[in-house]
Design a protein around this ligand. Structure first.
Ligand code: PLP
Length: 453
């Protein structure tokens, strides 16, 4: 139908992260409504949203208290900003809450609108700090292959995925990448997790020495990599990496955009893995993505030189019009209150353990090469040949097939290549996990039949 939402979407809308040519033929999935862990499309089909949208809707898709918090703030003060010492109550309350709930001592919160902006902001703070300390040569930033930090010019440079870099002439200067901690894919034959972690920490140290330690300012990492395929750190990884960073006085930025606020079964991924960052980047579950907001927490090592420098030159010249928007801040505050009141972190730990156990039972399936995850985030790595860890035709073909079969059966997941991710809202129950797992088992069996043809 020429004027259906689908037809108009094809006519007028260029989609994020979508094959633009293919979309012209296949069209969109138009989601109209949300209800708990479910969303409903225009035709009335219900789906378990097993990705919490984009790893982000902690409290589910129909939380009235967030709607009320937004409406109250919208009526009282729909916009204000934080430039030139201006402030407003929701932002003061949120800054205080975040600093007090931080997993390590933090000094200040700074507000932005997206994970990408927050990571760009972190880079600018780090460069500004190096200048303030009289170390203008200290500008290099090390991130990791398979890491995901966003899509703006600097954040996309940190992101260690080829699709974010080739065709965009990225990374920018001063951004380097070290190995990803993907044990199943990248360990040497016979190498234990500890040995793999030791080798990766050694490679990081070699990179730092080759570049000159006095030129390296910071290391960025997600506690658990999300968009790179849910890569859980191998045993000893963060401890060994942090020892290298400490040796050369290099700042550590923890990108908690996915892990933050309960995903790993602790409030922060840093707590799950004993990470002690100087900067924490947060977004997504901070507001359950009901409105866009993101934040950075910085410690005194970062704040003090920034304060000194802005005293000298007059100002820290950085900020976004909508950064820390009062309505988004009010929603974030209420969302964090809900996460605490309903013990959604505990739920992520308990129901997460159940989900991990159910997923691990799939490891015997002929198409499942590996199951990995922690708390309520996981992936199964799909293979056509287990022993060779080989894909079915091209990489992503099997992931796409299973993802499509699941969608046809009322489950929304996401395949990053052949890694099929699960990251449901933190409110999910054990019974709902069982429903999800039934659908996954059916989709895998149906896919196995097609692969066998
Ligand atoms: N950092 C991580 C770990 C992410 O997963 C994402 C988005 O998925 C980002 C940063 C970028 O956030 P945004 O899409 O809000 O710019």
């Amino acid at each position: 139908q020429p004027n259906s939402p689908e037809a108009r979407d094809i006519r007028y809308h260029l989609h994020a992260y979508t094959n633009a040519r293919k979309h012209q033929e296949t069209g969109p999935l138009v989601i109209e409504k949300g209800d708990g862990i479910y969303v409903e499309d225009a035709a009335g089909n219900r789906y378990i949203e097993a990705m919490a949208g984009l790893w982000s809707v902690a409290v589910g898709f129909s939380e009235p208290r967030l709607v009320e918090a937004a409406a109250r703030q919208m009526a009282k003060l729909p916009f204000y900003h934080s430039f030139s010492s201006r402030s407003h109550s929701p932002l003061i309350d949120l800054a205080e809450k975040l600093v007090l709930m931080a997993p390590v001592p933090m000094s200040k919160a700074f507000f932005t609108n997206s994970g990408s902006e927050a990571n760009d902001t972190a880079i600018k703070m780090i460069w500004y700090r190096s200048n303030a300390l009289g170390q203008p040569q200290r500008k290099k930033i090390i991130a990791r292959k398979r890491g995901y930090h966003g899509v703006t010019i600097a954040a996309a440079s940190l992101t260690g995925l080829p699709s974010n870099q080739t065709s965009f002439d990225l990374p920018i200067a001063n951004v380097l990448h070290t190995a990803s901690p993907h044990y199943w894919r990248e360990a040497l034959p016979g190498e234990s997790e500890e040995q793999f972690s030791t080798r990766l920490a050694g490679e990081l140290e070699q990179l730092i020495l080759a570049e000159g330690p006095e030129t390296v300012a910071a290391f960025f990492g997600e506690p658990v990599m999300g968009a790179g395929g849910v890569v859980v750190p191998p045993a000893g990884y963060w401890e060994k990496i942090q020892a290298v960073l400490a040796k050369y006085d290099i700042l550590l930025v923890a990108d908690e955009v996915i892990c933050g606020f309960g995903r790993t079964g602790a409030m922060f991924g840093c707590q799950t893995y004993g990470i002690k960052p100087d900067i924490i980047v947060m977004s997504k579950q901070i507001s359950s993505s009901y409105l866009p907001i993101s934040a950075l927490l910085i410690n005194d090592r970062v704040f003090e030189p920034i304060a000194d420098e802005s005293n000298r030159i007059g100002t820290f010249g950085h900020g976004f019009t909508g950064g820390g928007h009062p309505v988004a801040a009010a929603v974030a505050l209420e969302n964090l209150n809900l996460i605490e009141e309903r013990d959604l972190v505990g739920n992520a730990r308990r129901v997460g353990a159940h989900m991990q156990e159910r997923l691990r039972r799939l490891a015997v399936h002929p198409l499942v090469g590996e199951v990995r995850g922690v708390g309520l985030i996981a992936a199964i790595e799909l293979v056509a040949d287990k022993a060779a860890k080989a894909p079915w035709g091209s990489v992503g073909a099997l992931g796409g097939l299973v993802n499509g079969l699941l969608q046809d059966n009322g489950v929304i997941t996401r395949n990053m290549g052949d890694a099929l991710a699960f990251c449901p809202p933190l409110i999910i129950t054990e019974k709902q996990v069982d429903l999800l797992m039934q659908a996954v088992e059916q989709a895998l069996d149906a896919a196995a039949k097609q692969v066998a043809k």
